[in-house]
Design a protein around this ligand. Sequence first.
Ligand code: UDP
Length: 456
Amino acid sequence: MKNQTEITGGRRQRIILFPLPYQGHINPMLQLANLLYSKGFTITILHTNFNKPKTSNYPHFTFRFILDNDPHDERYSNLPLQGMGAFSRIFLFNQEGADQLRHQLELELSQKDEPPVSCLITDALWHFAQSVADRLSLPRLVLRTSSLFCFIVYASIPLLADLGYLDCSNNKHPEEQVVEFPMLKVKDIIKTGFKRDGNAIEEVIDNMVKQAKASSGIIWNSFKELEEPELETILRDIPAPSFLIPFPKHFTSSSSSLLEQDRTFFPWLDQQPPNSVVYVSFGSVAQVDEEHFMEIAHGLVDCKESFLWVVRPGFVNGSTWIEPLPDGFVGERGRIVKWAPQQEVLAHEAIGAFWTHSGWNSTFESVCEGVPMICSPFWGDQPLDARYMSDVAKVGVYLENGWEREEISKAIRRVIVDEDIRERARVLKQKLDASLSKGGSSYESVESLVAYISSL
Ligand code: UDP
């Protein structure tokens, strides 16, 4: 009955959510949308036509398409659809999207037949949305889809640049510790790829940090017990409230998948012994060249463990899919698919390790299921996540020296057989599960987010 009252009351308010149109950003935003809907809010999603999720999976939401509606507008229609070039939308829309966003929000705010809008929640990387929301006196919260630790390091990029950490040619040794972040090595900072040479990505990161700090609140896909010292720093440095919510524990991201998910391997997976299969996936964007792809393949075959490997079409530079692999190369122990329902796979009892690119969603989904990791980061937040999982949480092994078959095999075997690392992953999952019960940190975070939005 109480629930009913809450929902009847809550449905009087509407929330507009605006994700960044990439898989690793759409998933947590739509999980958040589902969570807020379950708490009684009406949901409107603003989205680009580019990478739009399957709206039929969300009949309970209203979708509005903005920013790239005009097929003749060459600013948008000529942008690449694949690879790193697809990210150019982030720069462009941040520069040029304000008028369109304001126009759409004005329309939403004037709708008489819809519940009143209590706030806008955008991806933190849509930094341009803050001034638009301010002009309309609409509170804007942000969803930050990486860890708190990553945010703190990103906020320190100007300082790290001044200290010479971003410059590969300086005299700091790659293995040296970063004084300001003792858990990091110099090479971790270099691997983020930030250069401080007036590049658009650094500008976006600086603005993201600045406008997240100016927002009415920050929602994180994490939990207190995982990042307690980082949370203290955030609470000390940022006046806006922070809400740490472990989204994969509330909803799976299957319904927002942009690619078709293969499920044909489940009968095979069901037959494998517990904790025996390595799940391998490097996310929705990363690419390798053929030489490294073959090292990965050899490392997997040589380790003599069973594996389920997601090779996204386009993952191998210059190949459509897995053409570089000779027929029968993976043998009986391996299965290769183009895309999988990842959370469901990680939750399967046969999975004993996750070899990941350390994107935050993948990392956190692994934490949520208590699966230890082998970490092979590419850029951005990934080297920071990899270091944190291997050296701080100690639930992963960081493959620090790139793609080399023997090291790969050794790392996989180590994670599969090392009882200590498995136990730490299990304990971390237990802490997370406990945080979800009434009175726990994650439970309270959801409650306070709902109360906060309701009060706006
Ligand atoms: N994912 C999936 N199936 C796959 C591989 C990945 O559903 O076969 C999902 C995964 O569960 C995660 C997202 O894609 O939610 C990838 O996000 P992440 O932050 O890990 O990496 P990104 O793709 O942004 O580099």
